[in-house]
Design a protein around this ligand. Structure first.
Ligand code: KDG
Length: 349
């Protein structure tokens, strides 16, 4: 039934021309519903992301905007900014904490710099599939308990969306085994566990904001990076990268973050609309993201990249190497959090 609902939702978006459009950054607040005066005090959500306006993350944000503006009758207007126009993940999260921006949707990896527990999702080869990820992130107690840690940082976590399984690209060689990572200068997100994992594989990792990544690859500052296929294709990394390997080494969730100041100033009805809109738009975003991730690997090959389909044996070998760094992060992430997430994965498998 849920799949039918999502399919109908996608169809309605396609017919409304919402999907695929560049989307506007700022729109006039919708007039009041017929027979109703437009609200007097309109409040604005400035929503910024790092990915570009072709990415399913941005299309999910447009769906969030549509729902919130319609259901609050224009009392809340959402301005959408993509491609890092409002800054990188850390800058935007700090702006939410200060109340100078209202929304951003980073991966959990940079969030871990504010709430270390979120680094549980950075454990390489933790999540076995998208289906299990959905059950853990959308249905488990521990995923909500992690979101409940955000208000102490002046952040509200409205919902989990999907970045997806991360894959390696680089300009030096086709990577098929753990040994092939040796000495590769790999950009990682700004996350200590990612850095430790790639060092264990023999690579030379460097943390870098997403907005600096394309130029760094173009100038050879780094040899490669790791991101889901949709990001690799839609951000045109095939223009500056020769090799892609389906390592699927980490499943990255996004979290829809709202500033606590904006949340606290919202009525209970508006809070319910904001949370529901984030959840419903997340269903659409995940569907679009999965279509994109399965669709674009061939396009990368056509664009001239060598595509190495990494075998399960090779991934197991990579996992054996990256498992060696986990002990040093157990206390930082929290043993209870790790145990609860692993139990939720077990129950969902
Ligand atoms: O806004 C984009 C960022 O949220 C980031 O998470 C995208 O996966 C990403 C990366 O590699 O930085």
């Amino acid at each position: 039934m849920k799949k039918l609902f999502t399919g109908l939702l996608i169809t309605s978006m396609l017919s409304a021309g919402l999907v695929g459009c560049g989307g506007g950054q700022q729109a006039e607040p919708p007039a009041g519903q017929p027979g109703q005066a437009a609200p007097a005090d309109v409040r604005t959500i400035r929503a910024g992301i790092g990915l570009n306006d072709q990415h399913p993350q941005y299309k999910g944000l447009l769906k969030f905007k549509e729902i919130v503006e319609a259901e609050t009758n224009g009392a809340i207007v959402v301005e959408t900014y993509h491609s890092g126009q409002l800054g990188d993940d850390r800058t935007m999260m700090e702006a939410l904490q200060l109340g100078t921006q209202e929304m951003t949707i980073p991966s959990t990896a940079p969030i871990a710099n504010f709430v270390p527990d979120f680094s549980v999702f950075d454990i390489p080869f933790l999540m076995p599939s998208e289906e299990v990820a959905d059950k853990v992130l959308l249905e488990s107690e521990i995923s909500q308990q992690l979101l409940d840690k955000l208000p102490a940082q002046n952040l509200i976590g409205l919902a989990y969306w999907e970045n997806g399984f991360r894959n390696l690209t680089n300009n030096k060689r086709a990577v098929a085994t753990a040994a092939d990572f040796k000495d590769l200068k790999i950009r990682t997100m700004e996350n200590q566990l990612h850095l430790a994992a790639f060092r264990a594989l023999g690579a030379n990792p460097t943390p870098m904001a997403f907005s600096e990544l394309f130029t760094a690859m173009q100038q050879g500052t780094v040899d490669g990076q790791e991101n889901p296929i949709a990001t690799i294709y839609l951000q045109k990394y095939f223009e500056v990268q020769k090799h892609v390997s389906t390592t699927k080494h980490i499943y990255s969730p996004f979290v829809v973050l709202l500033s606590k100041a904006f949340w606290d100033a919202s009525t209970p009805e508006q809070q319910e609309i904001l949370k529901r809109a984030a959840v419903e738009a997340g269903q659409v975003q995940r569907q679009l993201n999965r279509e994109a991730n399965s669709q674009y690997l061939e396009e990368l090959r056509t664009a001239g990249m060598t595509v190495t389909e990494v075998t399960e044996e090779a991934r197991a070998e990579m996992k054996a190497v990256t498992d060696t760094v986990l002990d040093q992060f157990a206390d930082k992430i929290g043993k209870e959090t790790i145990d609860k997430v692993r139990a939720a994965i077990e129950a969902a498998s």
